[in-house]
Every structure is written in structure tokens, then in C-alpha cells.
Design a protein around this ligand. Structure first.
Ligand code: AMP
Length: 372
């Protein structure tokens, strides 16, 4: 198959193809509309939230080579809002249109083992880890890493799915069987003081722009709150986190928005306190605050990056702190109260069924800086 001949910046009026139809795709599409661009969303589920706000849709599995090729032929550039897609899918797309971020970034970040090896290869710490395929592997890994430890599937994990803590005395065979025989990784438990993330972008010209590092709090393994600036985060440590994100983006020759999740552990301020947990090769929930809280939102930045446009200013909008709360499950039933709250910016994703644990929307507040 011929390689794509589409090159150069996408012009206003052009079309971005987005693989994945969730709320992230929906918010990228809304940002694209602001720049006079159209969006074609490809997703397997006919009920995808992004379909409400795009000009073209393809409903097909991620393995449908013909549908993927037709989709990529119909757009100027392809990006994705969901990284758990087969590598072959990325390769097909990349033959028909520029694909940002590139297939190598996808391959590296969708497998926790490959990702950790890549990050360590850059001299950046992660949790200690071992590859686990058998009960013997798991037992050996626990001997090496100690208790407690965290067992995770190598691929397809999100919001705490595909992971569990292992404690001394647990039935290892039963736990591994519960993971369904898929390749896993065991991570040593990191006694972190806080979880932070850096959302950043890299353009086709190699320019890099990071948002202020933010602090993330999870409930039931799902992101609940993001705060910017991260309370208690020393400036040197925040700067070191941004340098780590930049090093990762450059090593992957990355184009688009990425998020690097890090644990901050006890120690002197600076890089020594940082352990990379995960890289998301896409816009990220911990960047939703940028819609109101930064001069260019992560979604607008994603559009600019993948279209080959100059990156926008990622500075915070003003001197106010920003807090983003996810609305999970029936928390979104509070929409009328939130609409009535002065200064609360409500976002709803248009999902019909408020199942427990489902991200239904978020609310962002710009608040007076906390006393330190
Ligand atoms: P993940 O899916 O890897 O982002 O993990 C989800 C959440 O589980 C993280 O945000 C942490 O709160 C916790 N967690 C994951 N891995 C570890 C680890 N190795 N040590 C301590 N906590 C972890």
C-alpha cells in the first residue's frame, strides 16, 4: 500500500480523524470546531459521546482493516483519544494519513512492561517491576520486590481495572487466574506522598509546551480531583517533572498531547523525589482544568499539535488556583445545583446511563489561592 502523501499543516476546513469516541474525543472535536476544522470519529460503539459533536462517524471494530483505511483516506490527519488499540491498527492508519502520536509512541505506552523499560532506559526511575506470566514468576517477583506489591495487566488497564494489591498470604494462583491468563507485571509498592501529573504537548516542529504540574487524588482508583498548582509541590520538583515529560516526549519523537503521571516520594526537593507511574499518549483527565484554567486548553493544544500548527500558550489564565472535580456515576445528577453555583464550570459528556464508576462529566472552579 502506498504511504500517505498528505503532508504539511492541515488547513482550516480540513478534517481531523479521531480514533475513539469517548469524552476525550468529544472535547477534542469541540476544540477543533473552534478552529474551523471538521472531525471524523471512528469508534466501535454506535452510542459514543463524541458522535454528538462531529461531522462524520465510522462505527466499526478497531480490527477492521478496510474501514480503517477508508476512514484514514477521508481525513487529513489521524489522532486517538484511546491507546488500547492494536498495533496493526496504528500501522494501517499511518499508511493512509499522518498519525500523531506515532505508532512507536502507542506501542511503547500501551504495554506497562515496554513503557517501564523505555522510561528506565532514559535514566528515569519507575516503581521496581518484574514481568509475570506464571505463578512461579509471581512468586519469584514477590521474593524480589516484597509485600505489598501491585499486580497489573500489561495492557488494557484503566481506572484501576486490571490491577490489584498483593499482600503476604494471598492465594497467588487464584489471583493470577482471576487475571485471565493475560501477561502481567508486578510492581513494588511506592509509598508516595502525592500523585502528580504533567500534561504537555510537542509540535511537529519539535516545540514543547507543558502545563503547570497538577496534584491528583483518586477514589476507588478513579481520578476524583485535580488541583493546580499542586499543593505542597516544591518548585524544583515541579520543574524536574516537566523536564521528565519533555525527555519522554523527545525520545518518542512525539507529536500531540501527552500526560506523564508521577509519584512524589519523600526525599530532597528535585528529580530525586519523582517516580514515573504511567504515560498516557493522549489528552488526559488531569488536563481538563486547562479548558478554563489555561490560555490554551489541552484539547486546543492537541488540535494545534496534530495539525502541524504552532502550539498555544500553556500558561495558567490568571492568578487563581484551579480545581477540577470529576462527576462519577450519579454525582452528575447534581447538574442543576452546579449550574446555579457562581463560577462553577460544568461539563457533561452526554452519556445516557450513569453507571457507578462511569465518568459522566466534570466541574472546574477557579478559586482564590490557598494559604500556604
Ligand atoms: P495506574 O493504573 O497504574 O495509574 O494505577 C492506578 C492508581 O493505583 C495510581 O494512581 C496509584 O494511586 C495506585 N498505584 C498504582 N501503582 C502503584 C504502585 N506501584 N505503588 C503504589 N500505588 C500504586
Amino acid at each position: 500500500m502506498a504511504k500517505t502523501t498528505k503532508a504539511g499543516p492541515v488547513r482550516p476546513g480540513g478534517t481531523i480523524g479521531i480514533l475513539g469516541g469517548g469524552q476525550l474525543g468529544r472535547m477534542i472535536a469541540l476544540a477543533a470546531a473552534n478552529y474551523g476544522l471538521k472531525v471524523h470519529v471512528y469508534a466501535p460503539d454506535a452510542d459514543s459521546p463524541a458522535f454528538d459533536v462531529c461531522s462524520a462517524t465510522t462505527v466499526a471494530p478497531y480490527e477492521d482493516a478496510q474501514a480503517l483505511a477508508a476512514f484514514a483516506d477521508s481525513v487529513d490527519v489521524v489522532t486517538y483519544e484511546f491507546e488500547n488499540i492494536p498495533h496493526a491498527t496504528a500501522e494501517i492508519l499511518a499508511r493512509h494519513a499522518p498519525l500523531h502520536p506515532n505508532p512507536r509512541a502507542l506501542l511503547t505506552t500501551q504495554d506497562r512492561l515496554a513503557e517501564k523499560r523505555f522510561v528506565n532506559g532514559l535514566g528515569i526511575p519507575t516503581a521496581p517491576f518484574r514481568s509475570v506470566d506464571t505463578v512461579q514468576d509471581l512468586s519469584d517477583a514477590l521474593d524480589a520486590l516484597g509485600f505489598p506489591a501491585v499486580l497489573k495487566t500489561r495492557r488494557f488497564g484503566y481506572d484501576g481495572k486490571g490491577q490489584r494489591m498483593i499482600r503476604d498470604g494471598d492465594d497467588l494462583a487464584a489471583i493470577l487466574a482471576g487475571f485471565g491468563g493475560v501477561p502481567c507485571i508486578l510492581e513494588g509498592f511506592v509509598p508516595f506522598e502525592r500523585e502528580i501529573s504533567v500534561v504537555a504537548a510537542r509540535g511537529t516542529d519539535g516545540r514543547f509546551a507543558a502545563y503547570d504540574p497538577c496534584a491528583n487524588e483518586h477514589e476507588n482508583h478513579i481520578l476524583a480531583v485535580t488541583r493546580v498548582p499542586a499543593p505542597g509541590l516544591a518548585r524544583e520538583t515541579g520543574d524536574a517533572a516537566v523536564r521528565i515529560a519533555r525527555q519522554i516526549a523527545e525520545a518518542l519523537d512525539y507529536v500531540g498531547v501527552l500526560a506523564v503521571e508521577l509519584f512524589e516520594v519523600a526525599g530532597p526537593a528535585g528529580a530525586a523525589r519523582l517516580v514515573v507511574n504511567e504515560i498516557a499518549p493522549r489528552v488526559h483527565n488531569s488536563g481538563h482544568w486547562t479548558i478554563e484554567g489555561a490560555l490554551t486548553s489541552q484539547f486546543a493544544q492537541c488540535v494545534r499539535a496534530v495539525c502541524g500548527w504552532p502550539l498555544g500558550d500553556s500558561s495558567r489564565t490568571g492568578s487563581l488556583d484551579v480545581e477540577m472535580h470529576n462527576l462519577i456515576g450519579d454525582q452528575a445528577d447534581d447538574w442543576q445545583r452546579l449550574l446555579a453555583e457562581p463560577g462553577a464550570h460544568l461539563h457533561l459528556y452526554g452519556k445516557g446511563d450513569a453507571r457507578p464508576g462511569r465518568k459522566m462529566g466534570h466541574v472546574t472552579r477557579l478559586v482564590r489561592p490557598r494559604e500556604s
